[in-house]
Design a protein around this ligand. Sequence first.
Ligand SMILES: C[S@@+](CC[C@H](N)C(=O)[O-])C[C@H]1O[C@@H](n2cnc3c(N)ncnc32)[C@H](O)[C@@H]1O
Length: 197
Amino acid sequence: MANSQPPPSSPRKTVVLRWGHRPQRDVRLTTHVALTARALCASGFVLSDVVDPNIELTVKRITAHWGGTFHFEMGTPWKKTVYQWRQNGGVIVHLTAYGENIQTSDVLNRIKNANRDVLVVVGSQKVPGNFYSSEVSDFNVSVGNQPHSECSALAIFLDRYFEGKELAADFDGAKMRIVPRVRGKEIKCDAEKTLNG
Ligand SMILES: C[S@@+](CC[C@H](N)C(=O)[O-])C[C@H]1O[C@@H](n2cnc3c(N)ncnc32)[C@H](O)[C@@H]1O
C-alpha cells in the first residue's frame, strides 16, 4: 500500500477501513469517505466485508485523473485486515463519538508518538461492541462527543494527524490539477492545456 504523496510529517502508512457498508443505501457516503481519505493523503482504503464495484470504479477514476497511488481494496473481512495490521506492527484508531476527545485529551499525541502505521476504522451502522476493546482498537478517538458523520470525523482526524500539511500536497502523476484562483475555475491538464471557466 504505497502512497506517493505523504505529508512531510508522516512517512508512515495511513489506511482507512470502512465497516458496515450497506450497498442499498451507503454508496454515496462510502464513496465520499474513500475520496476524503484519498484527498487528505491517506495511503489507502479498505471497504470491509462487501464488494461494491460502483465505489471502486469512482475511486479509481478519480485517482487516474487527479493523481497519487491510492490503494483500494474491498471485500476483505475486517477481522483479517485488523489481524494483519497488528501482525505488521501497526496501530488501530477507531473513530467513535464515545472515544477520547481529540481536542481535550492527549490521544492524538499518543497516536503520533507511537510512530507506527495507522489503520483508521470508521463505522456506518452501529459497530460491533468489540470494536471498542483492546483486541481491535488501540485508540478510540472522538472528534467531539456529539454524533455526526464518518466523513467529517475522518476529515478532521486526518487533518490533525497530518497537521494540515496534507492540504498542500502535490499528487504524483496527476493528469489534471486545479489552479487556485480568487474567482472562476482553472484546471491544468497534463498536455499543458489550460481550461478556464
Ligand atoms: C453516523 S455514525 C453511526 C453511529 C451509530 N448509530 C452508532 O451508534 O455507533 C457512523 C460513524 O461515524 C463516525 N462518527 C460519528 N460521530 C463521530 C464523532 N463524534 N467522533 C468520531 N467518529 C464519529 C463513527 O466512525 C461512526 O461509526
